[in-house]
Design a protein around this ligand. Structure first.
Ligand code: 3PG
Length: 529
């Protein structure tokens, strides 16, 4: 069945069309919350922009929701904690609107400095007034950029081309990066406040940044400073800004975002020194096309169970390198096979990457193993998002190791663990055509992973393969492939891996265990491989 994707805010048609190739798309643009809630009941994905409050209550009414897509950058309207604990992946489009946001910042900076909106309004009202709108130049003045991330850097670059000096504050940016941008790094915010003639904010709204520009900080700024905000409204204390402008301490402000949106009535709107726009930073054709397409791709990939780079609530520990990505399905299957053959979750599990894959960070592989292992036993949604938290809840102590050495395979993923005191190990690689098991319980095998597998450990006695095969045949179970595992130490053939065309019932597995010479038998089911 095609997954249902509810689109709650306008995104580009190109994004909708991209989604329609794999999903059933429900148009919920403009719907009131009760109607949206109703649609979400059967939905697997929801796409929003900044106006839809995706809170814990809304998430709670969507039992099948697996992905929330944000067609833009800010995710402050989404309750990430609630999404994470429900195993819902939150993806955004982090690059889509950075140019548009930077250009809008420049438009506001210039618009405020040269009184453009007011002059425009007065002329349209029939008055040719050249005296009232004297502005200030940007040239030679200092711009303070708070937050030198993607948008802040683009603004800095543009301001430099206007002959401004740029000073920035960002605890995550090093001196080298700042030097490369020709930006001076301020030694703390107070230095930036003391030096900047214009201040522009490029920060997310968080508990730390909420209200950070307030009466106290205005007092630290240069008298006559002008402030631009295209990031998030709640970062500026709006009442304090009104006061600071009325008192002349702040010469003006240009605001695209507000503490509460939508807003049509604010004391800020009565001040001639203030230029306002209704959250238009990302409102360009280019940004919307890109955000729509980017979010559609990310949502489709996340619905397909892929680890999406733009997932904001997945703790990867590192980027997913191109070299590691093809091993994620293998790692997930190994996690499932491990739980299948061990008949339970491990208390301790080590994920080891050997050979070429050992050269790269393997945090994503660890997550994939956990996702597979937990999905095998859990009725709840297990995703990359909640796999670590669920593992912790189940008391799984997981470690990861890497080695660039591998004896037989270019790259190998190995799982070693204990389940109720028993040691269980297996290893797999990506074969010529498919992921395959190459070792189970220390026995060497060459078994491509398949949907239904029977793993048997047995005494190395004649006739055993025949007994198992006859049993399966008698139950009309077709054998697609069968391998015998040999001990790498003794050479004894004490393991069989059988790829079968139909699932086995628990009774059948029990009956295989009763066959003469069989020590243990496990049926393992994998999602279609
Ligand atoms: C963002 O966070 O991407 C911008 O603020 C744009 O928001 P919007 O998609 O609601 O226009």
């Amino acid at each position: 069945m095609r997954p249902r994707v509810v689109i709650a805010e306008t995104i580009a048609q190109a994004g909708i069309e991209a989604l329609e190739t794999h999903c059933y798309v429900e148009d919920a643009v403009g719907l009131a919350r009760p109607a949206l809630t109703e649609l979400l009941h059967d939905a697997q994905a929801l796409i929003v922009r900044s106006a839809t409050e995706v809170d814990a209550a809304l998430i709670g009414t969507a039992p099948h929701l697996r992905v929330i897509g944000r067609a833009g950058i800010g995710v402050d309207n989404i309750d990430i904690t609630a999404a994470t604990s429900a195993g819902i992946v939150v993806v955004n489009a982090p690059q889509a609107n950075v140019i548009s946001a930077a250009e809008h910042t420049m438009a506001l900076l210039l618009g405020q400095a040269r009184n453009l909106p007011r002059a425009d309004g007065v002329l349209r009202s029939g008055v040719w007034d050249r005296k009232s709108f004297q502005g200030v130049e940007l040239y030679g003045r200092t711009l303070g950029v708070i937050g030198l991330g993607r948008i802040g850097s683009l603004v800095a670059e543009r301001a430099l081309s206007f002959g401004m000096q740029v000073i920035a504050h960002d605890p995550y940016v090093g001196v080298e990066r700042a030097r490369g941008l020709q930006v001076e790094l301020a030694d703390g915010l107070d230095e930036l406040y003391a030096e900047a003639d214009f201040i522009t904010l490029h920060l997310p709204l968080t508990a730390e940044t909420a209200g950070m520009i307030n009466a106290e900080t205005f007092d630290k700024m240069r008298p006559g400073v002008r402030i631009v905000n295209t990031s998030r409204g709640g970062i500026i204390d709006e009442d304090a800004l009104v006061e600071a402008i009325r008192s002349g301490r702040v010469a003006g402000a240009a605001l695209d975002v507000f503490a509460t949106e939508p807003v049509t009535d604010s004391p800020l709107f009565d001040l001639s020194e203030v230029v306002v726009t209704p959250h238009l930073g990302a409102s360009t054709r280019e940004a919307q096309d890109k955000a729509g397409i980017d979010v559609a791709e990310a949502v489709a990939a996340a619905l397909g169970g892929e680890l999406v780079q733009s997932a904001v609530n997945v703790d990867l520990g590192s980027d997913v390198m191109d070299e590691v990505r093809p091993f994620l399905p293998l790692a997930e299957h190994l996690g499932r096979v491990f739980v299948g053959v061990a008949r339970g979750l491990p208390d301790r599990l080590s994920v080891r990457a050997e050979g070429r894959i050992g050269e790269y960070p393997i945090g994503p592989l660890r997550l994939a193993v956990l996702k597979g292992a937990l999905s095998a036993v859990s009725s709840a949604t297990v995703s990359y998002v909640n796999a670590s938290a669920l593992a912790e809840r189940h008391g799984i102590a997981i470690t990861e190791e890497s080695s660039t050495e591998s004896t037989e395979y270019v790259s190998l993923v190995r799982l070693d663990g204990t389940v109720g005191g028993r040691e269980v190990s297996l290893a797999g690689t990506i074969g010529r055509r498919a992921p395959m098991l190459v070792e189970i319980f220390g026995y060497e095998v060459d078994l491509p992973l398949s949907q239904y597998m029977l793993i048997v450990t047995n005494a190395d006695v004649p006739g055993l393969i025949g007994r198992v095969a006859s049993f399966l045949g008698a139950h009309d179970i077709n054998i697609a492939n069968m391998v015998v595992g040999r001990s790498s130490i003794t050479g004894a053939a004490q393991m069989m891996g059988i790829d079968i065309d139909q699932p086995l019932t628990p009774d059948m597995v029990e009956a295989v265990r009763e066959l003469e010479g069989v020590e243990e038998a496990q049926f393992v089911k994998l999602p279609l491989v």
